[in-house]
Design a protein around this ligand. Structure first.
Ligand SMILES: [Zn+2]
Ligand SMILES: [Zn+2]
Length: 300
């Protein structure tokens, strides 16, 4: 057969494809980074454990705690000694990684920074710090008592997410003490389950988001969207403004900081710092958006 009659096939690509670095855990995207309703770290842990079909206790014990304690080992240890020390510390201190408060999981402490670091290693993600208040660490504000002591939630948001088949989660916004209103449904957040009036801890290692930790009741329900023609009074309007303002701050946070984990903190005596609530009241009185207020009032 003449050469011209032979069929010419495409040549094979023999180069090895470049694979992105593998992460030990599924790189589950957090919900809503860069929006007012960005997910909280405690909610993310619950969904991450569920995505792997394990309990949050198992996730902490077998994945997070070993890396957490390994990072704290004195340098120069042999691998065998390091592992033995981790096992001893795990036995003694595992309980400290299962505390139920928002302060423990979402604040600006060194501990939260280390948990975020470990989770970023395990998932290969770089956005976990936005699920905490770590990016606000350098702001010249006092963050004492910044979290509610019980979990609050919007039943309408839970229901909408479930109906839309999107992840049911706890936004960081709902954990903040000045926030008492859902900015979307414009209703006060709930504190009690409607079945038996149970309150909810922030971190419920045995439960999925959106269910009562005591009676398993679904915490969502259909709520009408707000009618903008009617004011619900001055107090409600101020509470709604605060929720929206803090939502705007959380939404703007990723663009305000490039690397919140390594940025240096300016040392300012704590007693001179205004509280976050006071800062918001200044912005409210001056008709400033809080993002504008950060610069104009020299907070950031
Ligand atoms: Zn809502
Ligand atoms: Zn209940």
């Amino acid at each position: 057969m003449p050469v011209e009659n032979l069929k010419l096939y495409q040549s094979w690509e023999l180069e090895q494809p470049i694979l992105p670095e593998r992460s030990r855990l599924f790189s589950l995207p957090p919900v809503g980074v860069g929006t007012a309703i960005v997910e909280s770290l405690s909610s993310y842990l619950i969904r991450l454990a569920d995505a792997h079909g394990i309990t949050v206790g198992g996730l902490i014990r077998y994945y997070i705690a070993p890396l957490f304690f390994l990072n704290e080992q004195p340098p120069g240890l042999s691998k065998k000694d390091a592992i033995e020390l981790v096992v001893v510390r795990l036995r003694k201190e595992l309980a400290i990684l299962q505390q139920p408060t928002a302060q423990f999981w979402l604040s600006q402490t060194q501990h939260v920074s280390k948990v975020v670091n470990v989770l970023e290693i395990l998932t290969g993600r770089k956005d976990i710090s936005y699920l905490t208040l770590l990016p606000w660490k350098t702001w010249r504000l006092s963050f004492n008592h910044i979290f509610h002591t019980q979990q609050r939630w919007c039943a309408g948001c839970y229901q909408d997410w479930r109906d839309a088949n999107t992840p049911v989660y706890q936004p960081l916004l709902w954990a903040l003490e000045p926030v008492t209103v859902c900015p979307y449904h414009q209703r006060y957040l709930q504190i009690y389950c409607l079945c038996y009036g149970h309150t909810q801890p922030f971190f419920q290692p045995q439960k999925l988001n959106g269910y009562c930790h005591e009676c398993d009741a679904w915490l969502g329900r259909n709520l009408d969207l707000p009618s903008h023609s009617r004011s619900k009074g001055r107090k409600f309007d101020r509470d709604l403004w605060i929720a929206q303002a803090l939502g705007n701050l959380l939404a703007a946070t990723p663009s305000l900081h490039t690397n919140p984990l390594i940025r240096e903190t300016k040392v300012t005596p704590k007693r001179t710092l205004p509280t976050l609530y006071k800062f918001l009241r200044w912005c409210y009185k001056l008709s400033l958006s809080p993002v504008e207020g950060l610069n104009l009032l020299e907070i950031q």
